[in-house]
Design a protein around this ligand. Structure first.
Ligand code: HEM
Length: 281
């Protein structure tokens, strides 16, 4: 403690202590809003964990979307190094969310059952940010827009995203601009449809993997996308295993069959050719 700190009880190691007229940490981060947004509905102690786990996931989803929109713009502009950096960041965020399931797994079945009657029909299934992430990665499904009211901002965003080329579509357009022979109907397709494997795309990525020195940037892009999809698959897997651990085979609050629905989602492949080509290497 400096002599000054001893003299003035409101001073600590030279730190600024008076924020009546300056922006503080809490002001900058909007902590008053964030930290007053937890409203447990049940008398159960464990509901706070349930709420905060979902809220933090939504914050990370917000950042992932922020990054992925920039990735797509960079791919379109042919600016690969910044896109690589952002893709790496998104994959690490996803990894972190994979580990976050360990915290939620401390919620036991009786603890969850005490909360469940208070959740109504609310479910992560209605997460518009999650759906936007799926769409921007190419897992399009127009039917799921119906969960959101037509006049809302979420609906508008999802509808726009449904009609836009995904990040993977942009990567394929980049392959074409780099001189690869990509089928015309793959380059101008109905963007509202989910990604479907295409032979010309597979052949192009295969050439990239067979001559990495020649196509280093595309090779790096492919591996960054594989990294991201791998992390996403782990997230889906941890979700379904945590759900099974906590609610068994009960139906979901969102109305699906629960675990069997989530298991079906494990079959989703975001970037099909990047995985199928590996057999040929
Ligand atoms: C104990 C905690 C949890 C349980 C029991 C649970 C259960 C479920 C179930 C059963 C579904 C299927 C839809 C339904 O019928 O409700 C679902 C979907 C979903 N949940 Fe969870 N969940 C939990 C935690 C979380 C967390 C922390 C997140 C993070 C945001 C999350 C995000 C999602 C998403 C995005 C979907 C939609 C998946 C898709 O359609 O592919 N869940 N959840």
């Amino acid at each position: 403690m400096s002599t000054d700190d001893k003299k003035d009880p409101a001073s600590w190691h030279g730190a600024k202590m008076d924020f009546t007229e300056a922006m503080s940490y809490g002001d900058y981060l909007g902590l008053d809003q964030i930290l007053t947004a937890q409203h447990p509905r049940s008398p159960n102690h464990n509901e706070m964990l349930f709420i905060i786990q979902h809220q933090t996931s939504e914050l990370w989803l917000k950042l992932m979307l922020h990054e992925m929109h920039a990735v797509r713009a960079n791919l379109r502009a042919g600016e690969l190094p910044p896109a690589f950096k952002m893709l790496a960041r998104v994959a690490r965020i996803m990894d972190q969310l994979v580990h976050a399931w360990d915290v939620l797994a401390t919620l036991t079945p009786p603890e969850y059952s005490a909360i469940r009657p208070y959740l109504g029909a609310s479910s992560g299934f209605q997460s518009h940010q999650y759906r936007e992430l799926e769409f921007i990665l190419g897992n399009k499904n127009a039917a799921l827009l119906a969960v959101h009211t037509k006049t809302t901002h979420a609906y508008e965003v999802l509808e726009r995203e449904l009609h836009a080329p995904s990040v993977y579509d942009e990567a394929i357009m980049l392959l074409a601009r780099s001189g690869f022979d990509i089928a015309a109907d793959r380059l101008d397709r109905d963007w509202t449809q989910p990604t479907v494997a295409d032979e010309s795309v597979k052949a192009a990525w295969l050439s990239v993997y067979q001559q990495p020195d020649k196509y280093w940037a595309l090779y790096e892009l492919a591996e960054k996308l594989v990294d991201l999809e791998t992390a996403f698959r782990f997230w889906r897997f941890r979700h379904v295993t945590t759900v099974e651990r906590v609610i068994g085979f009960k139906t979901g609050t969102g109305g699906t069959a629960g675990v069997s629905y989530l298991r079906k989602m494990l079959d989703v492949v975001l970037f099909p050719e990047l995985f199928s080509l590996r057999t040929a290497l």
